[in-house]
Design a protein around this ligand. Structure first.
Ligand code: CP
Length: 317
């Protein structure tokens, strides 16, 4: 299900909306970098952030983005809420709608939660816009969009220029990663050549649409790449027999300066965070701002979420 006044996934965005959101996110990034203030286009709007999974970047960047646009924001304290008295997700969502939610930023573990929330909102006739802030291993659309925006900025391109001729290697725990799912959707729309790399148990059996190749050999996978995206090893989503020790994972599949040297000379590393330093990425490489886009991804997260909120607001009025 996709409704026009929600952001459920990247596939539901028209090309025009996809390009518009990316372009506006780069414009908001310039405003932020200049220390200027954006127009308060969300003044008097009320946003609830309802996160059933832990989050630092997404939760706080949606809060900052909405506040910068003038909205009132309430972050639902899930751990101290009536969820722990057995209240269902739908009842919690409808409670927030009844309190006047214009925007509901929702993160959930169970696939289907986003569409379930939208169905309940529609059934009760509320105008609340739902934004998917990460849903199980299904998708994390704003992460995919912010990753593309960060790459465009680093490579000196605009959404119109596309990412044709750019090779992105996504590494590590692909199987459990909603970030990988959304990154593939987002980067392929701009023509990126995408490779996936990692241990056999953490890769799909076949290359998904839009992916050029699968690799178990990391050195081969990063050779000639322009962008290398390391993903967090998600031990919380793994069966016990899938786990490698951190050291073993790093030696065989981790990104470090030696491995990066096989990529293009000015290649960048990315990571959506939170990082396991010394596992999927070497800590000193992550901190090397001449090669690492990790901080830029976080900054772009605020800009992108401002663009998404502005885009949804334009559709309300
Ligand atoms: N990248 C990301 O979604 O981070 P958080 O889980 O901290 O929001």
């Amino acid at each position: 299900m996709s409704a026009p006044n929600h952001l459920t996934d990247i596939a539901s965005l028209s090309d025009e909306d996809f390009h518009h959101i990316l372009s506006r996110s780069l414009a908001f990034r310039r405003i932020m970098d200049e220390g200027a203030s954006p127009r308060p286009t969300l003044q008097h709007r009320l946003q609830f952030n309802l996160f059933y999974e832990n989050s630092t970047r997404t939760n706080l960047s949606f809060e900052v983005a909405a506040k910068r646009l003038g909205a009132i924001v309430s972050v639902v304290p899930v751990a101290a809420s009536s969820v722990h008295k057995g209240e269902s997700k739908v009842d919690t969502v409808l409670t927030l709608c009844a309190q006047g939610a214009d925007y509901l930023v929702l993160r959930a573990t169970e696939p289907g939660t986003i569409n379930e929330a939208i169905a309940a909102i529609n059934a009760d006739g509320y105008g609340t816009s739902v934004i998917n802030a990460g849903e199980g291993a299904l998708g994390h659309p704003t992460q995919g969009l912010l990753d593309v925006g960060t790459a465009l900025l680093a490579l000196g391109r605009t959404p119109k220029d596309s990412l044709e001729g750019v090779t992105l290697t996504i590494c590590g725990d692909i199987a459990h990663s909603r970030v990988a799912a959304s990154a593939i959707e987002a980067f392929r729309r701009l023509g990126t050549n995408i490779r996936l790399a990692g241990p056999p148990s953490l890769l799909p059996d076949a290359a998904p649409d839009g992916v050029a190749s699968l690799h178990n050999d990391m050195d081969e996978a990063v050779t000639g790449a322009d962008l290398i995206m390391a993903l967090r090893v998600q031990r919380e989503r793994m069966a016990d027999n899938e786990s490698l020790s951190g050291d073993e994972f790093h030696t065989r599949y981790g990104i470090n300066a030696t491995r990066l040297a096989k990529a293009k000379p000015n290649a960048f590393v990315m990571h959506p965070g939170p990082m396991n330093r010394g596992v999927e990425i070497d800590g000193s490489l992550a901190d090397d701002l001449s090669r690492s886009l990790i901080r830029s991804q976080v900054t772009q997260g605020v800009a992108l979420r401002m663009a998404v909120l502005e885009w949804l607001e334009e559709r309300k009025t």
